[in-house]
Write a protein that binds this ligand. Structure first.
Ligand SMILES: Cc1ncc(C[n+]2csc(CCOP(=O)(O)OP(=O)(O)O)c2C)c(N)n1
Length: 362
């Protein structure tokens, strides 16, 4: 029903819970019990705490680099909560909440940002692809996986996560076109966080919404309030079920905002105003869900404090493990690109060793 009633060209954003935590779209309220709602919330808190700790460690020079997720927890947790274990998640690089919701170990995720290749070794029972840094290239992988699922008669759906900037890449259009033409069971989940590094969404495309791009490729498209976890869950679940029934792909635009920097190497004060950030901070997805749960009597401040503390400790423990076990051996960085190390790489390795030696760091 949701997609039949929704025309992306009307440019109305789908929302269930408004900024004041009131349910304004009762008709679409998901059938989630107290335990499920609290699990969703815990995933958001774990994401936020893991983010805050990662930022702190990076600033202390203990983490290589990091791409913060603050403000995007509902878009990620809500959507990932709608997946089944058999479905494939094809991420870009800013999906901490979706990774954790799918059961990925925070130690593994931290290892990746620590610069250790074991951060990309995903256990076989988790259907998640590794981080993809080339923007939009993974969208074709998602379509390929889901097409293979159709050809093999499996009912595994693929969900691809990407940012608004990715929609400017050719790969996005190829993936959307193929998915539409071959009716593949793919969900395209765009986290429109308003910026591709410093380039604002308005300069990426003259389409008024990302969701309306679905029309050209013959699939439903919907713009969802990305800070409303209930709406994100419902839209994604509807798209997943549709794909599983053989009805093809869907494009979901999660309308949200990147509160933090693009990565720890970026200074967002150079291209956006504090006032803009303040407006979005007031729409915090965690505050919104917290108030909803408190109003319902499912949570109180004390329990909330305990949860925040527990999640903070989990993040600290995960990082402790990484600092103790995650150091990459210098040889490993050079050795495994090719079956046998090339003369050029060998030269680079020797040069680097010499450099470290001179600094007394080897
Ligand atoms: C093919 C390609 N071009 C350029 C880059 C450099 N780059 C890294 S992140 C980024 C912006 C991505 O923005 P968006 O898709 O909106 O995702 P966000 O980072 O906002 O989550 C760019 C241009 C890249 N990684 N890959």
């Amino acid at each position: 029903m949701l997609f039949k009633n929704y025309n992306p060209l009307d440019k109305k954003m789908f929302q269930i819970m408004d900024e004041n935590s009131n349910i304004k779209n009762e008709e679409y309220m998901p059938d989630l019990n107290k335990e499920e709602l609290l699990t969703m919330y815990e995933n958001m808190i774990q994401t936020r705490e893991a983010d805050l700790k990662a930022l702190m460690y990076q600033r202390q020079g203990r983490m290589l680099t990091y791409a913060p997720n603050i403000g995007q927890e509902a878009a990620q947790v809500g959507s990932a909560f709608a997946l089944e274990k058999k479905d494939w998640m094809v991420p870009s690089f800013r999906e901490l909440g979706a990774w954790l919701t799918r059961g990925a170990d925070l130690k593994m995720i931290y290892l990746y940002w620590y610069g250790n290749e074991f951060g990309s070794h995903i256990p076989e029972d988790l259907k998640i692809l590794p981080v993809s840094v080339p923007i939009a290239s993974h969208l074709n992988h998602a379509v390929g996986i889901s097409w293979a699922s159709t050809l093999q008669g499996k009912d595994e759906v693929s969900i691809a996560y990407f940012g608004d900037g990715a929609t400017s890449q050719g790969d996005f259009h190829e993936a959307m076109n193929w998915a539409g033409a071959f009716n593949t069971p793919t969900v395209f989940l765009c986290q429109n966080n308003q910026f591709a590094i410093s380039v604002p969404r308005g300069s990426q495309t003259s389409s008024e919404t990302i969701a309306q791009k679905a029309v050209a490729y013959g699939m439903p498209g919907i713009q969802v309030d990305g800070n409303d976890i209930l709406a994100m869950y419902v839209a994604t679940k509807t798209a997943i079920e549709r794909a599983r029934r053989g009805e093809g792909p869907t494009l979901i635009e999660a309308y949200t905002y990147r509160i933090g920097a693009h990565t720890t190497s970026d200074d967002p004060t150079r291209y956006r105003t504090d006032d803009e950030v303040e407006v979005w901070k007031k729409k915090d997805p965690i505050d919104r869900m917290k108030k909803y749960l408190i109003d319902k009597g499912y949570l109180n401040e004390e329990e909330n404090d305990r949860l925040v503390e527990k999640c903070g400790k989990i993040a600290e423990e995960a990082f402790k493990y990484v600092e103790t076990n995650g150091k990459t051996k210098l040889d490993d960085i050079f050795k495994y690109h090719y079956k046998e190390i090339t003369p050029q790489l060998l030269e680079q390795m020797e040069e680097y060793k010499e450099f470290l030696n001179e600094r007394g760091e080897l």
